[in-house]
Design a protein around this ligand. Sequence first.
Ligand SMILES: Nc1ncnc2c1ncn2[C@@H]1O[C@H](COP(=O)(O)OP(=O)(O)OP(=O)(O)O)[C@@H](O)[C@H]1O
Ligand SMILES: [Mg+2]
Length: 481
Amino acid sequence: MKKKKYQRINSLKIRLICLIMLLGVLSGLIVRMGVMIVYEKEAVSAESIEILSYAKVLANDMAAANYLEHPDLESITSQLKLMSRIYDGRIMVIDETFRIIEDTYQMDEGKTIISEEVVRSYSGEEIINYDDEYHYIELSIPLKAYENAEEGDQVIGMMMVSVSTDDIENMLTYIKKTSLILVLVWTACLVAVSVFAAIRITLPFERIARDISDLQNGFTDDRDEALAVNNYTETAKISEQFNRLYSRMRLLDQSRQDFVSNVSHELKTPLTSMKVLADSLNGQEDVPIELYRDFMQDIGIEIERENKIINDLLSLVKMDRSAADLNIAVININEMLDLILKRLRPIAEQQHIELVLESFRPVSAEIDEVKLTLAITNLIENAIKYNKENGWVHVSLNADHQYFYLKVEDSGIGIPEEEQEHIYERFYRVDKSHSREIGGTGLGLAITRNAIVMHRGAIKVFSVEGEGTTFTVRIPLNYIE
Ligand SMILES: Nc1ncnc2c1ncn2[C@@H]1O[C@H](COP(=O)(O)OP(=O)(O)OP(=O)(O)O)[C@@H](O)[C@H]1O
Ligand SMILES: [Mg+2]
């Protein structure tokens, strides 16, 4: 249960949806914040510039009318009130003794005001402050004597304007709300798009899983290829690799089935012969003793054959297991070959075949004597078995500092080129009828090659049909683990 939950969270689809959603929400929020910051900055700056220009015009009028000397000038006071109404703000005019001579809010007239801005304005500076906590813009503008206004040195008073930025703030709140709705709509659209995209993107992978599961359940759909999901390069690669693995598995399965049916067939053949022989003896009355002997001899031959097949199968199974079973010792190869040839000579003589051993140098190597004797015996035995009347078999041994080389040459029937790659397969025989006559089971070369490969050696065949065959074997002098 826990694993399933984990798998679900780990799913590519969920991850894609989450990633796209996260990117969408983050980008939406960042854009929203950016818009608000830029809007506030631009709006405050635009309003400040507007008020400043208005205030400057008014300051000029005041200087021209010498307002500071005559503060009850109706034309100026009404202009000040108008400006205060337009911008919903407070305007104070301060003279050079820091006394407030006009306050549009009429709260502090006649009072003295000393603040940092007032003092700085007296030195001729125009100051603009924005208070984002209490939402207002404050401007301090120096008032200059009319005749010196151009030179700007004689400051005779100043004007302080405080304007509320509530309208900007209201606009910001509106933008905040609307943009939040936009972000939500944007996220919802992205969720829809990401779900669609995630389903589309992961579809081929789900098809791979479904097709593999179909294969497992035996629905092959008569497809040319077991898996063919070619939507992306990646899925095409997965399909290709899977198909390779699958065909290898099928080949292995096929060869396993072939092997089992071959084994049963081979084991049954001698048994059938024995049954036929026994049945024919049992079916007759007063069987002459000679016939009994004859049939019993044949039964003995079949038992021997059955025994050989079982022994061969056992050696193959043993060699299939692992190289750890090897019984490695330093062996004199010349002596080993002498012994093998001594054992085989009677069979060769029986078929009038000349058997020659040529040793170019004394050779000692680290090998498993029993297994390699089996391998070499089969090679020489084949050279004798698949030979012609009055033919020859040449066995030669040579070595360098790394390997020893064995060559088994015969003047026999040869192996057709197209058959040469199959001769090492279990139960494979080139000419089935002829081989049966000769009495082979087709396990010999499989055993031979296994034994050589276990010694990290190599075997090669050269053969011309009707002329003869040469097997060359190369084995390392020192056993490589
Ligand atoms: N020297 C050879 N000349 C011609 N054909 C050969 C030679 N060696 C092997 N073959 C062919 O290869 C086949 C496989 O050989 P392998 O030794 O595996 O089996 P076998 O000799 O038929 O039976 P087994 O060795 O198990 O008694 C043989 O049946 C034969 O057709
Ligand atoms: Mg053989």
